[in-house]
Design a protein around this ligand. Structure first.
Ligand SMILES: Cc1cc2nc3c(=O)[nH]c(=O)nc-3n(C[C@H](O)[C@H](O)[C@H](O)COP(=O)(O)OP(=O)(O)OC[C@H]3O[C@@H](n4cnc5c(N)ncnc54)[C@H](O)[C@@H]3O)c2cc1C
Length: 521
């Protein structure tokens, strides 16, 4: 990557995560000179692929793994050569010696599975109605995400007129917990639905702040369907395509380049940075687009970090297996592992785990969800593995807040991992350790990252996967309507990453919004 830079650019992007790259691509295609400064020795931020296991040719999506929120509009406008594959099964939740398999292509089989678990058709019918409602809301909301912010009242009208008053209240006004208890009778069914509100958000389902509702909303509106698809080639393929689009449009991207300060100025900003050799450098910028987290931008501007700061709450475990493990149920492991496999995620189990973590303890029975990339896309495996039974799986553990890992990061990581694997084993017919592949050094192919690890690896404040809690996808004040949701108190400094309004997840939405704000200035 180039390291020769000019003394001034129209746009300097702090951070080459996928959003920084998106901002760079749009701004450069709009005719602006663009410099991206990325602290790591590679781009992509939390959207990368890596070979984490010594001597093993398996390129795993190291952090984020599924795509829903990336608008087709962005893919088309930037001409991104990426392929997203739909998963055949939606989810499987083991319960005792049975389980709930939600088959997106076989309603009759799904009805039978609900009946077996709950004893009647009531929750199956309720499930259909509930997700038909979220899909209708998604259809109306998704197109607004790539436009300037609508006022809250207009979004409300769209939902109420098109879907109904109940839909607005359920998603935007009442705590998710109340809605799920009212909608479903079964504790497991309630929990499966609740998880979308808790991924990356350390919250109780009943919180009056409705953080859990905002998280839920972002999980069900992506591209107007809420489908979560597998990026062929892994998440690195998505960031790679965005990188190539930015470079093709003329942006200069420098890695191992740490921004150390931003002076917002009045006629133009100044950005101080350190290059790969540790030399202090400076560059003038018409606009600074912060692809880093808002807390990091605040630090670069010389301000006080927010208190309390953002806090992530997930344990990420990447594994390579010699084969899929057997389940207690007679379900086909291919069906069970193709979608999202929910481990100990009934609503009661989620509430218990949250209460224990909030009290400062690693949960006794950590809830988690598992996703297997290679059942949908085997291109991430090298030739030695491609023709074998090997599978990569990713475990995303909930309710593991950063506070649990601050005082004894290594010890707490070990304890969290042991509790999480024991929780997983409780739903398998054989221990997961028995099917873990070994790397070239004879060590198990298992990589575990806590929120504190992610703070160090990727610069996520508190390990928060969305940089901070998600915002509603509309203007909450009249002054913000018609803006892009990326503005700061400094006219020449804009947010361009996950912490912007309508940020969070692999979407490119805030990166595009920041570029649009510059191009329309
Ligand atoms: C474990 C995990 C699983 C996830 N799973 C999913 C998923 O399946 N699907 C999904 O949609 N989302 C998922 N997410 C969330 C998603 O990955 C992030 O919200 C998104 O990638 C954020 O992108 P970004 O470009 O805004 O920021 P980041 O990816 O955080 O990139 C910011 C970049 O800025 C750089 N930077 C920071 N400070 C400086 C500085 N001072 N100077 C220079 N560079 C700097 C960082 O090094 C980083 O590269 C997950 C996240 C994690 C951590």
């Amino acid at each position: 990557m180039p390291d020769s830079t000019r003394s001034r650019y129209d746009v300097v992007v702090v951070g080459g995560g996928h959003n920084g790259l998106t901002a760079a691509a749009y701004a450069a295609r709009g005719g602006r000179s663009v410099l991206v400064l990325e602290r790591a020795d590679h781009v992509g931020g939390a959207a990368v692929s890596a070979r984490p296991f010594a001597g093993v040719d398996a390129r795993l999506s190291r952090y984020s793994y599924l795509v829903s929120l990336l608008p087709r509009r962005v893919v088309e406008e930037l001409g991104l050569p990426i392929t997203l594959k739909r998963r055949r099964w939606s989810s499987y939740t083991p319960v005792g010696e049975g389980g709930l398999l939600v088959d997106s292509q076989d309603a009759a089989a799904t009805r039978t599975a609900f009946r077996r678990l709950t004893g009647s058709d009531a929750d199956f019918e309720a499930w259909g109605r509930f997700y038909a409602m979220t899909a209708e809301v998604a259809r109306r909301l998704a197109p607004t995400l790539t436009e300037p912010l609508l006022p809250r009242s207009e979004v409300r009208d769209r939902v109420v007129d098109g879907v109904g008053e109940d839909a607005w209240r359920a998603l935007f006004e009442e705590p998710l917990g109340d809605v799920l208890r009212r909608t479903f009778a079964d504790d497991v069914v309630r929990g499966v639905a609740a998880t979308d509100g808790l991924i990356g958000t350390f919250a109780d389902v009943d919180e009056p702040s409705l953080r859990q509702n905002r998280c839920f909303l972002y999980h069900v509106i992506g591209n107007g369907t809420g489908d979560w698809d597998v990026p062929v080639g892994g998440m690195g393929a998505v960031s790679g395509a965005l990188h190539d689009a930015a470079v093709a449009a003329g942006a200069t991207i420098v890695t191992s380049a740490t921004v150390t300060a931003v002076d917002p100025g009045s006629s133009g900003a100044e950005v101080a940075w350190t290059d790969a050799d540790g030399r202090a450098r400076g560059v003038a910028a018409g606009h600074v687009l912060a692809g880093c987290a808002p807390a990091e931008l605040e630090r670069l501007l010389g301000g006080e970090p927010p208190a309390p700061g953002p806090e992530g709450a997930q344990l990420k475990v990447n594994m390579l297996l010699t084969r899929l493990p057997r389940l207690r149920d007679d379900v086909d492991p291919v069906a069970a592992f193709s979608g999202t496999l929910h481990v100990n995620e009934s609503l009661t189990q989620l509430e218990d785990a949250h209460a224990q973590a909030a009290a400062g303890r690693i949960p006794d029975l950590p809830p988690s969800e598992i996703y297997c990339h290679t059942l949908t896309d085997r291109t991430i495996l090298g030739p030695a593995l491609a023709g074998t039974d090997a599978q990569t799986i990713t475990l995303f553990g909930l309710h593991m807040p950063a506070r649990l890992f601050r005082t004894d990061p290594d010890g707490a990581r070990d304890r969290a991992l042991r509790a999480t694997l024991a929780s997983l084993d409780s739903v398998l017919a054989e221990p997961i350790e028995d099917v873990l592949a070994l790397d070239a050094d004879g060590a198990p192919c298992l990589e575990v990252r806590t929120p504190v690890d992610l703070e160090g690896d990727v610069g996520l404040p508190g390990g928060h996967i969305f940089h901070r809690d998600l915002s509603w996808p509309f203007a909450e004040s009249d002054a913000d309507a018609g803006r892009w949701g990326v503005e700061t108190e400094h006219p020449r400094v804009l947010l361009a990453g996950a912490g912007a309004r309508r940020g969070g997840g692999v979407s490119g939405i805030p990166g595009r919004a920041a570029a649009m704000a510059v191009l329309s200035a």
